[in-house]
Design a protein around this ligand. Structure first.
Ligand code: FAD
Length: 393
């Protein structure tokens, strides 16, 4: 790491630890006060030159490498709100628009997205069909003159309730091969016929300033033909390209969550007294700490290796699949141990651990469930054992 980057990383760390984490109790309220506080944090991040650092420079970002982004996201991920406060929340969507969008689409959607003036959402998953198999998508879009007519029923369209647009994946080529049937279409959320049916409550949470997990229905929604993102039938490829780096962004932030849980666990073990000694002096507790340190150390090394593979031009499908699957489990395990060391306090909202634990459970499902990633990795390695990440050149 060069010195400039080390300095930048330290600034981000100070901002997250001194500004974002202390604001969490207010942000957790999910109300107008929370939104206002988030606005202040975002303004401060911009003032300090810490905004959207992972985005490419040509779209207003800091132009960091993937590896540098990994190192920053590790810090940003310490707080659930870090990404929103520092303008990295919608990075997958920005990169998708950057790579696939026309100049007009980039001007209209990408510029304000990176600036944090609007939010985005993505509608792939549908309640009626298995989201882990996008060839089953049933939503449709039909070209009528110079307009797409979209009919769709989606859920888990995260943030649709606060987004300016949803990139809707719908069948436009019903006769094509399974992976060529779907296209991606940008649909402004205020278009007539676009309805947020409900915010789906998940593990006890319904509303968040990060955006709710929405069920949406689009009935004869008309958007210009020019709202097609990429080429007709490219939806599957675009979705994979968006989700690929997205998975590694998640894995980087999980590191931050694991490290924060670890810090809380060690602090609690050092202060709590039971059965004649501090918890830190008990072998069982030391075991929780040592195993968690090992989990973080291994996940960190794997994330860095995956980020380096991406920087070297690889799609890194094996590496990303591995960090997605194993990382989600390690994330759970570290937070789980931290809760255990806290006893009853650990499952109360008096610590951040209970919310961290709930969100960790999502990680084994979003952007593809464990089983699908394990299957993909095994298939790729079965076909070509030389694709292992430890292969010698
Ligand atoms: C917090 C959260 C946020 C999300 N945000 C978004 C979003 O913004 N936009 C969006 O479009 N979607 C989003 N999703 C949806 C997510 O991408 C899907 O839930 C995921 O792709 C799985 O689809 P599914 O829920 O329909 O499960 P299914 O596809 O019905 O799978 C159910 C289960 O079947 C098993 N399974 C599936 N395939 C296989 C296989 N090949 N081999 C063995 N077992 C298998 C797995 O155990 C899997 O969990 C989000 C989900 C969560 C939890």
């Amino acid at each position: 790491m060069d010195e400039t980057f080390v300095k930048l990383r330290r600034q981000v760390r100070e901002f997250v630890d001194d500004e974002v984490i202390p604001a969490e109790p207010v942000l957790d309220r999910g109300d107008a006060t929370a939104t206002a506080r988030l606005g202040e944090l975002r303004a401060e991040a911009k003032r300090r030159g810490l905004w959207a650092l992972g985005h490419p420079t040509e779209i207003g970002g800091g132009g960091l490498s993937f590896l540098q982004t990994a190192h920053l996201n590790e810090i940003i991920g310490r707080s659930f709100y870090g990404q929103k406060a520092l303008g990295t929340w919608s990075m997958q969507d920005s990169l998708m628009l950057h790579e696939q969008g026309t100049p007009e689409q980039r001007q209209r959607w990408l510029a304000p997205l990176v600036a944090g003036e609007i939010r985005s959402s993505v509608g792939l998953t549908e309640p009626e069909v298995a989201g882990s198999d996008p060839t089953l998508i049933a939503s449709t879009a039909v070209l009528d003159g110079d307009e797409w007519v979209v009919n769709a029923h989606k859920w888990f369209t995260t943030g649709a309730n606060i987004a300016a647009f949803t990139t809707v994946f719908a069948v436009t080529e019903p006769e094509a091969a399974p992976h060529r049937r779907v296209s991606a279409i940008i649909v402004p959320t205020d278009t007539p016929g676009y309805e947020v049916v409900r915010s789906v409550p998940t593990l006890g949470t319904e509303h968040s300033i990060m955006g709710d997990h929405c069920e949406i229905r689009l009935t004869d929604v008309r958007v210009p033909a020019a709202n097609l993102l990429g080429a007709r039938g490219d939806g599957f490829v675009i979705g994979q390209k968006r989700l690929g780096p997205g998975r590694i962004f998640h894995a980087m932030r999980w590191l931050g969550q694991m490290e924060r849980a670890f810090d809380l666990m060690v602090a609690r073990a050092n202060e709590r007294f039971a059965h004649g000694s501090k918890l830190i002096d008990k072998g069982e507790i030391r075991r929780h700490i040592a195993e968690s340190a090992a989990d973080i150390f291994y996940h960190r090394a794997a994330v860095i290796a995956a980020a380096q593979a991406v920087d070297s031009g690889s799609r890194a499908r094996v590496e990303i699949g591995l960090v997605k699957v194993r990382g989600a489990h390690l994330l759970h395990d570290v937070i789980d141990r931290a809760i255990q060391v806290h006893g009853a306090l650990g499952v109360t909202a008096d610590t951040p651990l209970d919310a961290m634990y709930r969100r960790a459970r999502y990680a084994r499902i979003y952007d593809g469930p464990d089983e699908v990633h394990r299957d993909t990795v095994a298939r790729l390695l079965g076909r070509d054992p030389n694709r292992v990440p430890w292969a010698v050149d």
